[in-house]
Design a protein around this ligand. Sequence first.
Ligand code: TMP
Ligand code: ASP
Length: 238
Amino acid sequence: MKLLYEGKAKRLYETERPDELLMEFKDDATAFNGEKKAQFENKGRMNQALSLLLMQLLEKGGVPTHFVRTIDEIRTIVKAVEIIKVEVVVRNVAAGSLCNRTWFKEGEALKAPVVEYFLKDDDLGDPMINDDHIRELNLATLHELAFLKSEALKINDILKPFFLKTGLKLVDFKLEFGRLSTDPSTIILADEISPDTCRLWDVSTGEKMDKDRFRRDLGNVMESYAEVLKRAEDAVHS
Ligand code: TMP
Ligand code: ASP
């Protein structure tokens, strides 16, 4: 199969159908725009499993996603989309770059969710952009951007209580959306939702259970990913 795109954590291949792609999760982990690299056995498998579980939960909640069907533990068929080059971040608690850019201290609760946009461009280090930049760069229309924001907040309204049920605080997360190749006026959730793209803290201990364990050399990276997956699986089956 023809490789169409290789990102830091996934590969996308063509399929025999023009409206479908094959998405493959890799075991690679990167941080700080690829400056720090490692491989973690089973990361791809665990991220696919959690991402699928969450996307199925979102579909039930009325959020259309790119997921079509599973091929195996690291491969799924997804709808072909043109990715909108805006990374949408939703924050419930201050952490990460928000604390580096502002007066917020890590762990400070936000009164209401904060939505931020970043330009999806590795060469530029994914800089933060605003709605005017998005319009002027023709990344999305203001109508589409309003949809991205309301969809991101709806996703937060579904995921935040779900993770709370598992004893995890959803601190923040990053989403990517795409326009259907068969109907570009339809925008769906694409990419992944996993401990690579979310911050998740244990409610009782405050322990970080996400990629910050790798970014900050906290150890037990895959043990935490496995624990997040197990808790999420227990919660959907309960
Ligand atoms: P930030 O605090 O570094 O801006 O990250 C916000 C959220 O976005 C956090 O949950 C991690 C996620 N994220 C990605 O998924 N990919 C990225 O490249 C970056 C920088 C953050
Ligand atoms: N995914 C980004 C990178 O590789 C950044 C991050 O998640 O920290 O470098």
